[in-house]
Design a protein around this ligand. Sequence first.
Ligand SMILES: Cc1cc2nc3c(=O)[nH]c(=O)nc-3n(C[C@H](O)[C@H](O)[C@H](O)COP(=O)(O)OP(=O)(O)OC[C@H]3O[C@@H](n4cnc5c(N)ncnc54)[C@H](O)[C@@H]3O)c2cc1C
Length: 224
Amino acid sequence: MWRASFLSAERLVADVWEFRFSRPPGYIYLPGQYASFGLETSIHDPRGRYRTMTLTSHPNDNHVAFVTKISEQPSPFKTKLMHMQPGDLILLDAALGDLVLPKSPDLPLVFVAGGIGIASYVSMLQDLITRKEERPIFLFYALRSAHEQIFRGLLDSYPLQLKEIAIAPNRLTAGQIKSSVPPDALIYLSGSQRFVEGLQIALEQLRTPRGQIVFDYYDGYTDL
Ligand SMILES: Cc1cc2nc3c(=O)[nH]c(=O)nc-3n(C[C@H](O)[C@H](O)[C@H](O)COP(=O)(O)OP(=O)(O)OC[C@H]3O[C@@H](n4cnc5c(N)ncnc54)[C@H](O)[C@@H]3O)c2cc1C
């Protein structure tokens, strides 16, 4: 367990915020991993005082960051986050997760995001840009509205093989993904549970081997 001090909170779009904390000495992680963040003191929150958040910072950064939605009626946990002052401490667990870059640089990758699920790919893309490494990456990004798009600059600065943005009422389908990417591609899914599980099942029905799909879903949200 580490302690990190709050640096800043920045509104990215409407209800999406990025929170930054100092990176504790010795805290290491791989681009794409997530960590559990906890409040120092207990709160009256049915879900407790910890939340899992995907790290949008890069391992070389001096800070750690995540993005999250702050709804009109946020949980007590997120209410506390919004009231943090510079220097306030948060608890941080070791980073985990399999949504990381595979060893082979030639393997085609498909990044599928629903809403703020795009956060899962931010650190990986930043890593490739930092290391000046180009991999064949196909991006599919589903949004409820065009205004919800985040990390636009980063997504524009990486030479993606394909960038498909589906804005509601348009929907991303497994058939669309399958027909646009190489058959051996590794498919990453990230978003709400409904989004991820729906696509996972549909991709498997289209005979995508289980081993070719990796996913994280952001629990606690009905929609992202
Ligand atoms: C591997 C993994 C990675 C994750 N990465 C991220 C990430 O990068 N960013 C992220 O935001 N989340 C991420 N999550 C999910 C995160 O851990 C939280 O579950 C999520 O942010 C919801 O937080 P919250 O419970 O504080 O609810 P909130 O976001 O405050 O609320 C969620 C919804 O519930 C409603 N609600 C809240 N309280 C109540 C109440 N008392 N009664 C009725 N409705 C209520 C809100 O209005 C809102 O619609 C991740 C989860 C996992 C497992």
